[in-house]
Design a protein around this ligand. Structure first.
Ligand code: KIV
Ligand code: ZN
Length: 500
């Protein structure tokens, strides 16, 4: 058994399934290249049969990425496997990730089947995938709630059929760390031929135990961990890459297991994913949260100044946070902005840098200190600018004794439209005015306003969810004026709907 852990990143598959986090192909390639630079061993690039967009992303990522293995997900269905193999045809190293549910819930209540039939389907899927690629990973969905004895039979059979990696997902995030560790140990001790494959963990965070379960799995013999940047993923998310990697690095003396990750790239990859997916990182998130290395109490500050290790178990520079205290202001030049952007993982060509710099100057006019999150938002703005519908003008009249009124001008594919409306507040009035122009029956299902850092001059971020014809569309906007941020978020969601 090797003492090297393979890092399998599923940010672009399990992570990207989160509503509102969808990326276009260009953005996915940007993330894939950042993952390659970070040093992940496997990039799960998508589920090709699920949509033409996923298919295209797997193709383009396969072309763009040089050395990591590119993996495509399938169900244990021949058509899925055919399509995945087709999508992987440009991959220098391609892997098909096929599988089926093995828990009583999945066998009887999802697949309407029997354990024997599932075992046969598992073996058949692996054999079928082997016709296309040498590297086949099998997942036993809901392994966390599967019976160990039956799971061991399935694992043994798929290894015999040629699986090179067997994934043991805790799909519902249900198991306790000691149970998950025992499950992996059971498989290592009871599956004949287990040494011919790598056992992998894939833990979800429903009870906040994804990282603990992953570490328990590794301590009991798993040598691949399936993770996402910032722990994004379905529901409460997946195991976060940065946590697993930094646990192994910080506690190497106890665990003795290494990865290929260049940890100094962690912070910038985290920022890139958060920005492109419009998915904020909680301030107290381990390793990459804004406060992860901030010492605010006097006692702690004093202790850190005397010796960093009094209160820090990780050197922030190990994860690429070298100049976290640098704050840009209106006086910062283009070179300072470019340097900051590079630290945050954004490599922009001259034209994009000029655009971001212009936006930076506009923001610096309104806000004294420009921090990392602000800079990342400016980049996000430039990425989004190709939209069909743009907000050109917004004016609101509001106050304690006035009826709030908003006037908007939209530019729709080059044509200008104006409207005025009243509402129960300035945001409501602005959205009603926009609705008058776009004439679509949409309802706002969720609306969230957040300040990025602090101060009344801060940038406000708005995330909203619209319902149109039973489909959900997510929008995002950011501005020092929250009415503008709300209108931008509303328009962002409208831009994602199919054109009439
Ligand atoms: O959580 C899970 O079980 C999965 C599988 C499809 C690998 O994501
Ligand atoms: Zn999953």
């Amino acid at each position: 058994m090797s003492d090297r852990l393979y890092i399998f990143d599923t940010t672009l598959r399990d992570g990207e399934q989160v509503p509102g986090c969808q990326l276009n192909t260009v953005e996915k390639i940007e993330v894939a290249k950042a993952l390659e630079e970070l040093g992940v061993d496997v990039i799960e690039a998508g589920f090709p049969i699920s949509s033409p967009g996923d298919f295209k992303s797997v193709v383009e990522i396969s072309k763009a990425v040089t050395w990591p293995t590119i993996c495509a997900l399938t169900r244990a269905v021949e058509k899925d496997i055919d399509v995945a193999a087709e999508a992987l045809k440009f991959a220098k190293k391609g892997r098909i990730h096929t599988g089926i549910g093995t828990s009583p819930f999945h066998i009887y209540h999802k697949l309407n089947s029997t354990p024997e039939e599932i075992l046969e389907r598992a073996v058949a899927a692996v054999k079928y995938a082997k016709k296309y690629v040498e590297d086949v990973e099998f997942y036993a969905e809901d392994a966390g709630r599967s019976e160990n004895e039956y799971l061991a039979r399935v694992v043994e059979a798929v290894i015999k059929a040629g699986a090179t990696v067997v994934n043991i997902p805790d799909t519902t995030g249900y198991t306790l760390p000691y149970e998950f560790g025992e499950k992996i140990k059971y498989l290592m001790d009871n599956v004949r031929g287990v040494e011919k494959a790598i056992i992998s963990t894939h833990c979800h965070n429903d009870l906040g135990m994804a990282t603990a379960n992953t570490i328990a799995g590794i301590m009991n013999g798993a040598r691949q961990a399936e993770v996402t940047i910032n722990g994004i993923g379905e529901r409460a998310g997946n195991t976060s890459l940065e946590e697993v990697v930094m646990i192994l690095k910080s506690r190497y003396a106890v665990l003795g297991i290494d990865t290929n990750i260049k940890t100094q790239n962690i912070y910038k990859t985290s920022r890139l994913v958060s920005t492109l997916m419009n998915m904020p990182v909680q301030p107290n998130k381990a390793i990459v949260g804004r406060n992860a290395f901030a010492h605010s109490s006097g006692i702690h500050q004093d202790g850190v100044l005397k010796n960093r290790e009094n209160y820090e178990i990780i050197d922030p520079t190990d994860v690429g946070i070298s100049e976290s205290s640098i704050v840009l202001t209106a006086r910062s030049g283009r070179a300072a902005l470019k340097h900051r952007l590079e630290i945050l993982g954004f490599k922009l060509d001259k034209n994009k840098l000029d655009e971001v710099y212009q936006k930076f100057l506009e923001l610096a006019d309104k806000k004294k200190d420009i921090r990392d999150d602000d800079v990342a938002l400016l980049v996000g703005d430039v990425h989004r600018k190709e939209s069909r519908i743009k907000l050109e003008f917004l004016q609101v009249v509001t106050g304690k004794t006035l009826v709030p009124m908003a006037t908007v001008r939209l530019n729709i594919a080059g044509e200008k439209f104006d409207a005025t409306a009243s509402g129960n507040g300035p945001v409501d009035a602005a959205i009603k005015a926009i609705k008058q122009i776009i004439r679509r029956q949409v309802t706002v299902e969720e609306f969230l306003i957040q300040a990025i850092t602090k101060g009344s001059d801060d940038v406000g971020k708005v995330h909203l969810e619209l319902d149109f014809d039973g489909n959900k569309f997510f929008g995002f906007g950011a501005h020092t004026d929250i009415v503008t941020a709300s209108a931008e978020a509303f328009i962002d969601a409208i831009n994602k709907m199919p054109a009439e």
